[in-house]
Design a protein around this ligand. Structure first.
Ligand code: SF4
Length: 278
């Protein structure tokens, strides 16, 4: 079927995926699938949109200089010890109990501005878990993590790894949207992140991927810039942790997608995954 015959939503999703593969340097696939002139036209519209200041989740994150790391330097990062016991046999049930315990949470000031608390999405038995910073506007409206433009890019990253979104588990450091999508304050992140640690301890994925500096900071309990944490495997709570860029940052600077792909390939190696044939 010609791309032009597809409905608009399907066409946009396909083109977004093709852009992602092209940005990774996997050009043969998109040249076969899509007219490059059409893609270039859509990219020009996307560049114009990107030039407009936009508040998106993680948009304040830059790899070298981050406001949240400056804030974290002044505040302790609380990382509770990992349990010595094995994960529960019924992970879905344990997560449900945790969700009920969180309830209609008012433990930190972020509850004041939320519409929906964003607990998580995905397979409780996943071997791979992604951790982001916090919900944005789309996530706050739907009650699910990574459902906006950054979520579409994350879906493409997952597909490039040969997986489906339903096969991984996705959560954030904080479960309620910070006002204006600002970085969570340390007291907010320190109040909420124990829930994330418990999710990790229940799912006990083989590999964790920290998306952006905030996730890396609170998962590792370290205050290093992202650049110093990428490109290697860390040990966290009995799992292997890979650090990469937040998809919202990749939307702002698509040149870094190749770097992110290199990070994901480290995760794939740990999981024994090969990229799907195109
Ligand atoms: Fe509770 Fe976390 Fe929401 Fe704060 S961000 S109100 S700790 S669920």
């Amino acid at each position: 079927m010609n791309v032009a015959e597809l409905d608009r939503g399907t066409r946009e999703a396909l083109l977004e995926r093709v852009r992602f593969y092209r940005d990774l340097g996997l050009t043969e696939f998109y040249r076969r699938a899509v007219n490059p002139a059409l893609l270039e036209k859509l990219d020009a519209a996307q560049r114009a949109e990107a030039a407009t200041p936009l508040l998106v989740p993680g948009s304040a994150l830059t790899p070298e200089s981050t406001e949240e790391i400056e804030i974290a330097r002044r505040k302790p990062i609380v990382v509770p010890p990992a349990p010595a016991s094995a994960p529960p046999a019924n992970r879905a049930g344990a997560l449900q109990i945790l969700r009920e315990e969180i309830g209609d949470c008012t433990r930190c000031p972020l509850h004041k501005g939320r519409n929906k608390l964003v607990f998580a999405d995905g397979d409780p038995n996943a071997r791979l878990m992604f951790v982001g910073e916090g919900p944005g506007a789309d996530e706050d409206a739907q009650g699910l993590p990574f459902v906006g433009r950054a979520g579409q890019l994350l879906n493409n990253m997952i597909a490039a790894m040969g997986l489906k979104r339903e096969e991984v588990y996705i959560a954030n450091v904080v479960k309620c949207r910070p006002p204006g999508n600002r970085t969570p304050e340390p007291e907010e992140a320190n109040t909420c992140s124990p829930f994330l640690f418990r999710q990790i301890d229940i799912v006990r994925p083989q590999v964790l991927v920290a998306l952006g500096a905030t996730a890396a900071t609170y998962l590792l309990g370290t205050k290093q810039p992202l650049a110093g944490l990428r490109g290697r495997v860390h040990a966290v709570r009995g799992t292997q942790l890979i650090v990469t860029y937040h998809p919202a940052y990749l939307l702002r600077d698509p040149r870094q997608k190749k770097e992110a792909w290199a990070d994901l390939q480290i995760a794939m190696k740990e999981l024994g995954l090969k990229p799907p044939a195109r």
